[in-house]
Each structure stands twice: as C-alpha cells, then as structure tokens.
Design a binder for this molecule. Structure first.
Ligand code: AN0
Ligand code: CP
Length: 315
C-alpha cells in the first residue's frame, strides 16, 4: 500500500473517524512499528511535515531516518538511458533500491519546479521512487499533490463544523514567490469526496487543472464567494496556464477582517507557512476564528493513520 494521492483514500469519512480516534489515544499502537524504519527524504524545506511525520512514526514506535537531498544527498538523475556526464551523480534506479534496503517505508517531499508543466505533471521524483523502490511510498508533497495536508484539513473541518453541509471556500491570495498548485489540488480532490457547499474563488486567469477541478464551483468574485461561508481556506498558487508565472499580486485578495465579516463567522484555515499581511492580515490570523495551529497539530494524526494503515497492511 502506498499513500501518494487523495485517490488512495477508500472512505474519507472512515479515515477521518479513525484519525480522530488515534488523536484521543495516540500511543495505543506504540508496538506496531517496533523495529520498522521510516525514511524521510526531503528535496525541499519543511517544518510541519518533517516534525509531524516524525512524531507520528515515534507514536507508533518506529525508527526514523531523515535525509535532506538539498544539501546532503547526491544529485539524482531520473531520465531513463541518460548519459550521466553532467550534474547528477546517481540514478534513481540505484538510489531507490538502496534506500529500500534500509527503510520499511519511504516518505518523499519533492515540490513542483514550476518550469515545465509536463515535467511537473509527470511526477518524476515520486514516480521514480514508486517505480524502483521495493517498499511502500508516502507523498509528503509532490509536484501535484499534498495528500497528508488534505487529510489533516478534513480532520480539522470535521472537528470544527457545526452543520452537516458547511460552506467551504477555497480562496486564492497573493504571494511574492511563485508557489505550486499541490496543496489546492489535493484540497479540491478531498472536498469532492464529502458533502459540502464547496466554492473555489480566484482571479480570472488563475484557473487550475480542469482534470482536478472537474465540476467544482468557481466564483471569480471573492466577496460573493465569502457570503455565508463557514470555512475560509486561503492559499496562493502560481498561474497554471501561464505555467509557474505570477500574473496577479492584487492586495485586494488578501484575507482581511473586513472580508471575514461577509462570512458566517467562518473559521480561517491555511496549511502554513503563511506570509502575514500578504496572504492574511494579522487581525484574522490572530483572531479566535483562526484554526491554523490545530490544523497543523492534525498533521500528526493524519500521518499516523497513514503509517498505521501501511504497517497493518504489510504485516
Ligand atoms: C509550499 C507550497 O505552497 O506548496 C508548501 C506548503 C505546504 N509553500 C511554500 O513554499 C511557501
Ligand atoms: N503545511 C506543510 O506542509 O508545512 P511544511 O512545508 O512546513 O512541512
């Protein structure tokens, strides 16, 4: 069993229920991971993913090895038949097979490079490990998805929702650096698995991959989208059509207290890290309706559920 996409969730409601059970008694399965090793491979920075996944593995009694390819590992080659006479020192074929001998589960973070849409959509790094590793693979944010984040988001919404079918608004917000679409892709796929009044709002031109958005509701007027919302989920992404470009940095899209007044006292969510007073104003982030810290806390239980399912599956 791998966990590489929201599509690996067979029943979102069961998974959310099980994660909340784990949260109540996180050390219950302390023996399940005894003598098993989790390898965490990072091709990009992280705070939450690194620590919450490590914590989740510790709660299951696993051993953990972390490696940062940005400054520690050899530069890897992914192309079949490459003549390796330039930058890369080692091919994914050897690297994935070697790491599989040391680890029982491999978790990988490899962001979109935002240079070439086809390369990013091909999920070169994640698929390279899926192809050549001989142990289960967990996605800690790949080029096109961040399914551990979205599982934590689903848990958080379940904890805070006050009605069966809340209005959930995913809002684009400005950001000075080009960011991937991974977080929102998985968020949308996760929302499509549950009953909600789900609305995506973004400036014209910031349309996401239609294969992911499908028939989800898109409203270009942010104020209109915010009306009566129960959850506001803010996130920047760079332009998908003008791939990886920043074509809009309109500060009117920043989430402010005034905008939150349009909502039904909505809870504010963001995956973090967040740029204060660019994505969201201090007032909103520091308000009691902001649930970003609890959202980050739930990363541990999302990861623990995934690791537990994999360990039980491999028994
Ligand atoms: C990353 C992104 O937008 O994909 C990671 C978010 C979890 N964010 C930044 O690089 C700021
Ligand atoms: N939300 C999230 O994945 O945070 P990190 O990039 O800090 O891991």
């Amino acid at each position: 069993m791998n966990y590489t996409s929201i599509k690996d969730i067979d029943s979102l409601s069961d998974w959310v229920f099980d994660a909340i059970k784990i949260k109540k008694n996180p050390l219950k399965n302390k023996k399940l991971g005894k003598n098993k090793t989790l390898g965490l491979l990072f091709f990009n920075p992280s705070l939450r993913t690194r620590l919450s996944t490590q914590k989740a593995a510790q709660n299951l009694g696993m051993n953990i090895m972390v490696m940062n390819f940005t400054n520690e590992g050899w530069t890897l080659e992914f192309e079949e038949g490459a003549i390796m006479n330039s930058g890369a020192s080692e091919h994914i074929k050897e690297a994935a097979k070697v790491v599989s001998q040391y680890c029982d589960i491999i978790a990988i973070r490899a962001f979109a490079e935002l240079k070439n849409k086809d390369v990013d959509n091909s999920e070169m790094v994640l698929n390279g490990f899926l192809k050549y590793a001989s142990v289960p693979i967990v996605n800690m944010e790949s080029a096109t998805g961040h399914p551990l984040q979205s599982l934590a988001d689903a848990i958080t919404m379940q904890e805070y929702k006050t009605k069966h079918k809340p209005k959930v608004v995913l809002s684009w917000a400005p950001h000075p650096k080009a960011l991937p679409q991974a977080v929102v892709n998985s968020f949308i796929e996760m929302m499509q698995l549950q009953e909600a009044n789900f609305v995506i709002t973004h400036p014209k031109g910031y349309e996401l991959n239609p294969e992911i958005v499908k028939n989800s509701n898109v409203e270009y007027n942010q104020d209109k989208a915010f009306e009566n919302a129960d959850f506001i989920y803010a996130k920047n992404w760079s332009n998908y059509n003008d791939y990886g470009e920043i074509t809009n940095s309109d500060p009117n899209w920043t989430i402010t207290a005034k905008k939150m007044q349009l909502t039904n006292k909505a809870k504010f969510m963001h995956c973090l890290p967040v740029r204060r007073n660019v994505i969201v104003s201090d007032e909103v982030l520091d308000s009691e309706n902001s649930i970003v810290i609890e959202q980050a806390n739930n990363r541990t239980y999302a990861a623990q559920l995934v690791l537990q399912k994999i360990l039980e599956n491999e028994k």
